[in-house]
Write a protein that binds this ligand. Sequence first.
Ligand code: NAP
Length: 247
Amino acid sequence: MTPHSPRIALVTGASRGIGRALALELARDGAHVVALARTQGALEELDDEIRAFGGEATLVPCDLADFDALDRLGAVLFERWGKLDVFVGNAGLLGPLSPLAHVDPKDWNRLMAVNVTANWRLIRSLDPLLRASGAGRVVFITSGAAHRATMKPFWGAYAISKAALEAMARTYAAEVAGEGVTVMLANPGPLRTRMRAQAMPGEDPLTLRTPEEFAKKCLALLAPEWRESARLYDFPTDRVLSFSTPV
Ligand code: NAP
């Protein structure tokens, strides 16, 4: 690696919303972005936008529920760069908003596969690469739904998936402590994206903050200078919280 080689940054769910904004922000900051999502056309548009300002991207059109593909991704990244500097586990599904007793098992399994298991499979596949970075930075995008003092009815499946993601992130943070890898959670709060519109169809999106504003703030958590780990960045309050602090 030369001193001028770019940082390599994987962003899941980079085709739209928060992931797209984060991919653009990382590319503007000089990273080579590895952009993963299912929608190839949207990834190509992202690539065009990144190239237009002189940045670089590699596109990975892939369903996160294809776990073998996530294993192959780790191997391909290892062959090409031998390391990974940034991993943003952003992609997620809202899943069914219905009483727990009525959730269809197929919907439950799909939600857990994308929101939880895929992130674990990526940790499993990327762990040696992140350790090889020397300054690996991991951020998982969570939600206030995971740790509200009073749980909202009908949001159970999504809330449970994000609570599991948080436990996973904190466990991984403890496992890589001392290896130069930091693992943060980031709660965006309500942002103007397709998922939010799906959750709150009656809401005026123009009243919400944008994924671009959130991405600008998140960039600090992904920088080599960032030192904190196993904590939660809460965008609505712009605070870094420890897990004993109620949100
Ligand atoms: P979004 O606009 O719906 O974008 C979701 C992204 O995830 C898309 O790029 C989508 O790409 C990708 N994705 C979904 N399923 C996938 C799969 N099976 N394989 C690969 N990629 C997949 O949602 P968003 O609002 O940006 O949400 C991003 C994250 O923020 C999520 O984890 C969400 O829970 C969290 N969050 C959002 C809000 C909010 O207000 N927006 C609040 C709290 C937390 P393809 O469809 O192209 O695959």
